[in-house]
Design a protein around this ligand. Structure first.
Ligand code: GLY
Ligand code: MN
Ligand code: MN
Length: 444
């Protein structure tokens, strides 16, 4: 299975430390274990920032970076080996493993954290950490500071400046390296195959959850441990519910089905939406709406290149969608006036995309100093226009009601423009109908 190489993590730590002020330290805790119900745990997912800097997959761990420290700059606190616990819950790296396999310069037992940590940061003036994200971690940091203050007369100077670590780290995460791009391409390929599988399986009489099962089977076959977010399989009117999650309705001839699903590989997300007819053939109204959304996506792609700003793709999609809605008779008036008045809002109420990376809605600012951010090579974003005509929208002819379409792809900004990572799933009406007809033929 594809994984990031250890040198990638070492490089990130170095890059972060190079941006920290001299005489500072950084702290970052691993994600806590979450209970699902009673004593059953949620499947463990490492915190994305912690994973980004360590690649260390265990809970109950803490990263400490101390730039310039002679005895080692990278200190990892983690669980001790414990044959009894490992028999029940699985292997632990322990302190030897943290050094040997994860590149730590020094490792300590997490049980000794309160005793050891204050001494490691005692004369550091500035502390970077995820401020105000977790109450329990804020309390822990306060406790360490209190213990240092008690030793003031011994000449100990506790840190006096506290800086949110997120900003430096999230700016780094926004620009993807070659290795990250390869991993995101692999995740995109697995998700693309899953969507193809769902299209091939789809037929009236099945339920939305049958398609969800096909998707998640394909994710697991591709080596993904988890979907990157809750899969949406929304047929008929359900497609107009943006974050529909029930996935429990029968698939009916004549309806469309909207699938928004992507897997996560080595903590990197993919995020794909396709909308296709249950029967394999679009009705004229479904086709018209679908082709308009596809045209909006094409217009958005054309607005993605280095130097173009973040919002240009959204603006291009809005213009195409609004013009198309006028042409179809779903909006009435003059294009510029309708755009200005946001007349598209009843049909298109979300934005055209978001950053994509370790988190499906990834980190990174969209505006810098009040201005939409210019795109740079290495940024990855989604492009996901849609149209949703509510079943109870009496402003439009009955034939349009209840149609919901979204088309979503993952896109890398390149030196020349952009590259679609999720091109492995059919997207035009002709391609989708051909794929579904071939699958139906095989099944017969
Ligand atoms: N799947 C969530 C989104 O598309 O943003
Ligand atoms: Mn998305
Ligand atoms: Mn999505």
């Amino acid at each position: 299975m594809i994984r990031l190489p250890a040198r990638e993590y070492a490089h990130r730590r170095q890059a972060l430390m190079a941006q920290m002020t001299p005489g500072s330290a950084a702290l970052l805790p691993a994600a806590p274990v979450q209970l699902r119900n009673r004593d059953v745990e949620q499947v463990y997912r490492q915190d994305s920032d912690f994973q980004y800097l360590t690649g260390f997959p265990e809970p109950e761990a803490l990263l400490l970076l101390i730039p310039g420290r002679a005895q080692g700059e990278y200190v990892l606190f983690c669980r001790e080996r414990d044959p009894e616990r490992e028999l029940w819950d699985g292997k632990r790296a322990g302190q030897d493993g943290a050094v040997r396999d994860y590149g730590a310069d020094q490792a300590y037992a997490i049980d000794d954290l309160d005793e050891v940590l204050p001494g490691l940061v005692e004369n550091r003036t500035r502390l970077y950490y995820p401020l105000g994200i977790s109450e329990s971690f804020d309390r822990q940091v306060s406790g360490w500071l209190a213990s240092l203050r008690q030793r003031a007369r011994q000449g100990i100077n506790p840190p006096v400046e506290f800086v949110a670590l997120d900003h430096l780290l999230h700016e780094m995460r926004l620009i993807k390296s070659e290795a990250e791009i390869a991993l995101m391409q692999a995740a995109a390929d697995v998700s693309a195959k899953a969507h193809v599988r769902a299209m091939q399986t789809c037929r009236a009489g099945l339920n939305e959850y049958h398609l969800e099962a096909e998707l998640e089977y394909a994710f697991r076959l591709g080596g993904a441990k988890l979907p990157a977010y809750g899969s949406i399989v929304a047929s008929g009117h359900n497609a107009c519910i943006l974050h529909y999650r029930e996935n429990d309705q029968p698939l009916k001839d004549g309806d469309l089905v909207l699938i928004d699903a992507g897997c996560e590989l080595d903590c990197y997300a993919s995020d794909i939406t396709r909308t296709f007819p249950v029967s394999g053939r679009f009705s004229p109204e479904q086709r018209a709406i679908y082709e308009l959304v596809l045209a909006a996506q094409t217009a958005a792609f054309a607005a993605i290149a280095p130097g173009r700003h973040w919002n240009e793709a959204h603006e291009a999609a809005l213009r195409t969608l609004t013009a198309g809605l006028i042409e179809l008779g779903l909006l009435h008036g003059e294009l510029e006036t309708l755009l200005e008045g946001e007349a598209y809002k009843p049909f298109y109420m979300h934005r055209t995309g978001h950053w994509l990376g370790m988190d499906v809605h990834d980190v990174g600012h969209y505006k810098v100093e009040g201005q939409w951010r210019p795109l740079q090579p290495g940024m990855v974003l989604t492009v996901e226009p849609g149209l949703y005509i509510a079943a109870d929208n009496l402003q439009v002819e009955a034939r349009w009601r209840g149609i919901g379409v979204r088309i979503e792809d993952d896109v890398l900004v390149t030196a020349e423009g952009c590259r679609v990572l999720t091109g492995g799933v059919p997207k035009t009406v002709a391609e989708i109908e051909a794929l579904m007809a071939a699958a139906g033929g095989e099944a017969a």
